[in-house]
Ligand binder design. Structure first.
Ligand SMILES: [Fe+2]
Ligand SMILES: [Fe+2]
Length: 265
């Protein structure tokens, strides 16, 4: 059995309140995951002090951390040259040089896909090169592994989330993910916690989309305005389980909110 803690949209610079940062570190470490995944938007404006706070935050987890950038992690609009030439320079400097991070352990393969570029709309985009790297990685995965893709932006429209962006090249990326037999996509960006299985009809493949809420910021949207969530994914041989954990002011900590269980493909 493997366990992943999935956080997203931490947004240092727009932290909801001090207690939530300590609470999430404590809660994640108590759950003893094998891997902590952070699906982008570590900062609010990609400023050095925000990146420093994000780096310190990531260092507080006991488990290894796999992280991808979000649209808020590229130079802000008032730094157009940096945004064009090397949009993720600070991300690489403060967080990691690895823009295609991977993780393997018995029963589990995880690939992180970058969807944050300089001059893209906030919907993001995925490059053909990264799509190929994803395919190559999963080709080498044992047949029984749960295949997990981490990406900040959405690759498909989910009706329950209301009108929303999808990444440029989302269709091609989703097709590549289906071809790679990806079971689970861990994403964020919309600041609404929601788990939904989608059936890819001609391919007869089911893919579960776990869209995490904002882990620590005040930027929750729609019915999750003012809420902070993260996901715990438990992988078993026959099924996997995703628990959305919600911050509760009453206990000044996180508690189970919704559990979704999926039989393995
Ligand atoms: Fe965000
Ligand atoms: Fe975002």
């Amino acid at each position: 059995m493997a366990r992943i803690a999935h956080l997203s949209d931490v947004h240092f610079g727009r932290i909801a309140h001090d207690a939530v940062v300590d609470a999430i570190v404590r809660d994640v470490n108590t759950g003893r995951p094998d891997l902590v995944v952070v699906s982008g938007d570590l900062t609010q404006r990609a400023l050095p002090r925000q990146y420093e706070a994000a780096r310190t935050f990531l260092s507080r987890f006991d488990a290894p951390v796999l992280v991808v950038p979000g649209n808020h992690d590229v130079y802000a609009w008032w730094r157009p040259v940096g945004r064009l030439v090397d949009p993720l320079r600070r991300y690489r400097e403060y967080i990691t040089e690895d823009l295609a991070p991977t993780w393997r352990q018995p029963g589990l393969s995880v690939f992180g896909l970058n969807s944050a570029f300089g001059f893209t709309v906030k919907g993001g985009r995925v490059s053909a090169r990264d799509r190929r790297a994803m395919g190559t990685f999963f080709e080498a995965s044992p047949a029984g592994d749960l295949r997990v893709l981490v990406v900040h932006h959405h690759l498909a429209r989910v009706e329950a989330l209301g009108p929303h962006d999808v990444a440029r090249n989302a269709r091609a990326t989703l097709a590549a993910a289906v071809e790679a037999r990806v079971d689970l996509v861990l994403c964020g960006h919309l600041h609404i916690s929601h788990i939904e299985p989608i059936e890819i009809v001609p391919a007869a493949h089911r893919l579960v989309i776990a869209s995490a809420g904002t882990a620590t910021s005040s930027r929750g949207r729609r019915h999750h305005r003012g809420s902070n969530f993260y996901n715990v994914v438990d992988v078993e041989p026959e099924r996997f389980r995703i628990v959305e954990r919600l911050f509760s002011h009453e206990i000044s900590g996180f508690r189970d909110e919704v559990e979704s269980v999926f039989e393995r493909n």
